[in-house]
Design a protein around this ligand. Sequence first.
Ligand code: NAD
Length: 329
Amino acid sequence: MNKTLIVNRELCTQLLSIEECIPAMRDTLIAAAQGEIKMLQRQMIPHQSGNMLALMPASLLTKNVTGSKVIIFPGPKARQEGTNQGVVPLFDTETGALLAIVDAELITVVRTAATSAAATDVLARKDAASVAILGAGNQGKAHAEAMGYIRDIKTVYVWDQFPAAIEAAVAHLKAKMPGVEIIPCDSPEVAVKDADIVCTVTSCKGDNPFLKGEWLKEGAHVNAVGACSGAAREIETSVVQRCKIYYDWEEATMRDAGDLIIPLNKGEVKMEDFMGEVGKVMLNQLEGRVNEQEITLFETIGISVEDIAAAYQIYEKAKEQNLGVWLEI
Ligand SMILES: NC(=O)c1ccc[n+]([C@@H]2O[C@H](COP(=O)([O-])OP(=O)(O)OC[C@H]3O[C@@H](n4cnc5c(N)ncnc54)[C@H](O)[C@@H]3O)[C@@H](O)[C@H]2O)c1
């Protein structure tokens, strides 16, 4: 019987870096745009505790691997153990062998920030030098760091609803990004008004958008990341109306991206107003930024093929370095 490589959270930290994940996510967005993936929409089972079991299956045909992220979107108690407890089982599509079981916590944080960075790299101005982080949690910190790998970032503005979260993120980023000015902000407007790149990464659940279109600087790029259900919004309609809009995968976006679905349903924007999948920009099949003034936006709810690609990257590195534990399951 084939053995399976087990990669725990600690080893993932050693093997998966945001910087190395950015090109892998770029390839994955391209594979998605070229139809070299198979993917089902995310399925969820809610529980009274506030925990939701989420299943996110996908196949990455370019690497002959298939699998599913299986995680808990946490309620208050589960949150103490992390925001993405779970695993990614990875199978060989040809032999059916269970190649690996990889911890999902770090994969989720890293692949999301790396995906935003890959999209930002193709959409933001080349001279973008400042980032606003709205939502100073795990994704907020990872996004600030990720933007530093694709642009020469000199300033990071940090805002959150909780001052303690701002303080913790500022301390974290000062250590992670030496030489970069990290500025705590007491409102989202202050954070974004001078920012070349804006990342909305809050854990907001309802339709309470906090980002206004008129606050955005000319030529800015926005990554809208935190609102991951059709009923949740971080950005007002005025943002959607002011930006040139791209997304990761149209099918999932039109089911789960409240940022776009809510204004669409209200008749405030039309489907034809949206540009399309960012992978097509990477393939030069779709127009990206054409001048220094327009404002671009990448709407991402996160797609499972990103998890499969990140798990595969970890699996390959672990094998190369002879790390992890092989088990007969
Ligand atoms: N798009 C994707 O691919 C993807 C992937 C993973 C997570 N997410 C989403 O990203 C979000 C953040 O995840 P995380 O792991 O960083 O969570 P986290 O709990 O570590 O941090 C979230 C932060 O957002 C702040 N916040 C919540 N609501 C707010 C509001 N209305 N205004 C201002 N601040 C607010 C909280 O205080 C907290 O500091 C979650 O909603 C999660 O579902 C998206």
